[in-house]
Structure formats: structure tokens, C-alpha cells
Design a protein around this ligand. Structure first.
Ligand SMILES: NC(=O)c1ccc[n+]([C@@H]2O[C@H](COP(=O)([O-])OP(=O)(O)OC[C@H]3O[C@@H](n4cnc5c(N)ncnc54)[C@H](OP(=O)(O)O)[C@@H]3O)[C@@H](O)[C@H]2O)c1
Length: 244
């Protein structure tokens, strides 16, 4: 789908990938971008990039009233970027795993699902559109040190497949984005090679414009997805060596 002239909403717009997405959408000529953030003051600097096109919106994706209010305010969207998420960096057998898993499921899975439910009718009323969901390459294979997060992203991946089928007849394209490590607040302090949020946003927008259903926006995610296609058990075994 072309971005030029379209209206988009980006959740978690004050975060690393979210802000980069807003910048890239602006570059590609989006007519309006709703920068959805939990705290409105966190969108202040971003809005200054173009006060005519970037519209801050309060949105907590775990709060039904907040989602309903955002949907009522943003009725003209063509593209929904479900980007908001959290990673508690917790392994499944850690004493805090249940608490972390519940929070991650609440935000990453239930929050994203609630957004799809609230915004799909708006896209349908406009004749169609696109829902892009930021999953993760470790939603396709579990990395034990981030075990609870991976499980929540695996749920997101399954959700993407299900709603893709349900929304296709309504001319709504549902896509999945599966980044590897990206240099944002989420990975701060984790020592590993990371892609920049700007290169990831650039690749995401290329994929959106090319009509891709699966987007692997950085070298590591491309490599892991190719390995998964060839030998998924081998990848699982390799990732199993990265223990907490
Ligand atoms: N960084 C990576 O290596 C990586 C890799 C693969 C996938 N991802 C995914 O990419 C997406 C963006 O992550 P990021 O790396 O840009 O991390 P980030 O800089 O920490 O940004 C996360 C964003 O999500 C928002 N958020 C969290 N809970 C929310 C809620 N309940 N309602 C609304 N917004 C909420 C945060 O808002 P506040 O500022 O208010 O907390 C923040 O804007 C996430 O879905 C993440 O899982 C990241």
C-alpha cells in the first residue's frame, strides 16, 4: 500500500521504533500521522517535526476507555501500526515469570488484539486499509533469556495469521513485522549487535509499500528467518544455548 497521502496511527510513538516510524511515514508523504502515546507530553518533541501533520493522541492499549476514545478521534485512518510493546527480559522458570508473562501478554497480545478490534471497523468503513503489527523474530523461535516475552510475541504471530484471514474479505491487509535486536530503550544494556531504529523503520515502510505480508527489517531477522525456513529444529537448538 502506498503511504503517500494516507493517514496512519502509530502506537508507542514515543518509543525507539515508533518515533522512527513516524519520521519515515512523514518522509514518504503521509497526509496525517496520529502519534499515539501513553502520556501526551512524551509526544511534544515529535509533534514539532510537523505540527500540521503529526497529531498527538493519548492511548494506553491495555485501557478499553483509552482505546475507544482514540478510535473515536482517529476515524480517518488508512494504516494502523500496532507498535506498542514491552519486554520484561524474564526467563520462563524465573520466580517472577508469571508476573512478567501476565504483563507482556496484557500489553503485547491482548492490547494489540483490542486495537485490531477497535480499528478494523473504521478501516472497513473506509473501504479497506492496512494493519501492521510489530511482532519479533523471537516470536517465531523462543530465546530462553526472554522466554516470557517470546511466548507473548508467539501469540501475536498467531493472532496476525488469524485476523489476516478474517479481515481479507474486508479489503484490510494484515501484516507481521519480525525485527531482530534494535537499538532502543527496550534493549538498553543488552550487549549484542543491534540494528538502528531508523533503518528498521525504512525497511518496514518499504515492505508496506511492496505489499509484503511478512517483513524482516534487519540483517539478523532476515538471517534467522532463512534458517527457520531451512531447519527450524536446528534454530531452536541453537537458541537453546543462549540461556539466562
Ligand atoms: N528493540 C528491539 O530489539 C525489538 C525487537 C523486536 C521487536 N520489538 C518490538 O518493537 C516494538 C517497539 O519497541 P521499541 O524497541 O521501540 O521499544 P521502546 O523504545 O521501549 O518503545 C516501546 C513503546 O511502547 C509503548 N507502550 C508500552 N506499553 C504500552 C501500553 N500499555 N499502551 C501504549 N503504549 C505502550 C511505550 O510507551 P511508554 O514510553 O509510555 O512506556 C513505548 O512508546 C515493541 O512491540 C517491541 O516488542 C523490539
Amino acid at each position: 500500500m502506498q503511504i503517500q497521502g494516507k493517514t496512519a496511527l502509530v502506537s508507542g510513538a514515543n518509543g525507539g521504533i515508533g518515533e522512527a516510524l513516524v519520521r519515515e511515514l512523514l518522509k514518504r508523504g503521509a497526509a496525517r500521522i496520529y502519534a499515539a502515546v501513553r502520556k501526551l507530553e512524551s509526544a511534544k518533541a515529535l509533534t514539532q517535526l510537523d505540527i500540521n501533520k503529526i497529531v498527538p493522541v493519548q492511548l494506553d492499549i491495555t485501557d478499553e476507555a483509552s482505546i475507544t476514545a482514540a478510535a473515536a478521534h482517529c476515524r480517518d485512518i488508512d494504516l494502523l501500526f500496532n507498535n506498542a510493546g514491552c519486554n520484561q527480559v524474564t526467563s520462563l522458570m524465573s520466580p517472577t515469570a508469571l508476573q512478567a508473562a501476565r504483563l507482556e501478554m496484557d500489553i503485547n497480545y491482548f492490547g494489540t488484539l483490542a486495537m485490531c478490534q477497535a480499528f478494523a471497523p473504521l478501516l472497513r468503513a473506509r473501504g479497506g486499509g492496512l494493519i501492521a503489527n510489530v511482532c519479533s523474530i523471537i516470536g517465531l523461535v523462543n530465546l530462553p533469556a526472554n522466554g516470557t516475552y517470546c511466548a507473548s510475541k508467539a501469540a501475536v504471530h498467531s493472532m496476525i495469521q488469524g485476523i489476516r484471514a478474517e479481515l481479507r474479505p474486508q479489503n484490510i491487509q494484515v501484516i507481521g513485522i519480525y525485527p531482530g535486536p534494535v537499538d532502543t530503550a527496550m534493549t538498553a544494556g543488552q550487549d549484542m549487535p543491534k540494528a538502528s531504529s531508523l533503518e528498521v523503520a525504512f525497511a518496514i515502510c518499504n515492505g508496506v509499500e511492496a505489499g509484503d505480508e511478512y517483513i524482516f527489517p534487519d540483517p539478523m531477522s532476515k538471517e534467522v528467518s532463512a534458517m527457520l525456513a531451512k531447519d527450524s529444529k536446528g534454530v531452536e537448538k541453537q537458541f537453546a544455548t543462549y540461556l539466562p
